[in-house]
Write a protein that binds this ligand. Sequence first.
Ligand code: PLP
Length: 447
Amino acid sequence: MNKSELIASEKRHVWHPFTQMRDWEASDPMFIVSGKGQKLTDIDGKEYWDANSSLWVNIHGHCRPEINDAIAKQLSAISHSTLLGLTHPSAALLAERLVKITPPGLNRVFYSDSGSTAVEIALKMAYQYHCHTGSPQRSRFIAMEDSYHGDTIGAVSVGGIGLFHGIFRRLLFPVDFLPCPARAGGLENASDALERLLAEKGHEVAAIIMEPLVQAAAGMLLSPRGFLKRVREMCDRHGVLLIVDEVATGFGRTGKMFACEHEGVSPDLLCVAKGITGGYLPLAATITADRVYDAFLGSYGELKTFFHGHSYTGNALACAAAIANLDIFENDNVIGSLPEKIEFTRSHLSSIGEQKHVGSIRQCGLMVGIELVDSSGEPYPFEQAVGALVCKQAKELGLITRPLGNVVIFLPPLSSTLSDISEMLRIINLAIAQVTESLTPQLAATA
Ligand code: PLP
């Protein structure tokens, strides 16, 4: 097939996620055909910086020989066998490695294949745990406004982003939402709101689910430091399980292997996905404390089994990639290399912050959200899609990222060098300037 036939076929048959397909059909779709390090190459041979790590998954760059080799080695043995009633070496070895690097007390790994399924599993486990431990009335969940935990119905139930989740409300189970921690007005307010809710309904609550430190999909909203630890303490006092969703923050993004480490917190259930395979293959894990796991043990007839599993649960190729990913973390001292990159990014962001149309810049490790505002300092109207325009312009300039509304995301692979970071931020800075300057007269005219 030549390029124009490919485009015709793609436009005729592919339905893209989170995409207005009418716009897509009118666009010139970009086909990525290869990647190397921090760069992607399109069908015409043009290179682009991968400034959002291919939707926050890539860790050590594209086409890393170590991960390629690990997948090839596994492929030549077997690519998939089921974990229902069987097991395989890569699943066992990876579980042991994950237990070693995750916060203390998390000893059991339940595999699945996306962040959404990792969350879905955590929710079901939490509820079933209480059924087995004499508290079946604990069927409610607490979540945060502006949180995002994925797109399956359980994950949407605990999701707090109206734009994505509003239309599905009638399909969802009831959840109590706390004010978004970043907007609650500080640690005490955020904690008080939870304390009040638990005092009223704590005995009915199965678990609290939260993104630690940063609500990523909401536009990198930063929770007050210490909040996660407070939530842990309150969960303990009220017999409520804590589910921490590190799908976005895990595997070094915040500067530590897991965001929980910043506050010395061990959740009861930890959800990981995205970076687990270095961004190579779909894999996720829900990692639990012993007491959760133990509650599911019983005789066959007691029906304490966790009746949940997917066809590709614990896929061998993905597990092999994940082990290679963790090897690179160790061999390249990736976590040790991050403080310099994070500080370098911070200092470069301050010059972007001087632009008139840049509002707040939120950074947690190498997760960055740059908010765009109009001349009066207010967020641009949603329909204006200014974030999308900036990303379109950045693409012209050789960089790929995706906005979250008016927030431009910078989330580079952890393997990016200082000079890579500098070049990526130069392009983002330029794209913001070019788009917002070109918009100002139009906006003035329509005002
Ligand atoms: N949880 C968080 C915190 C996320 O950021 C995401 C995706 O961005 C998910 C869950 C869902 O992950 P997936 O897209 O792999 O289903």
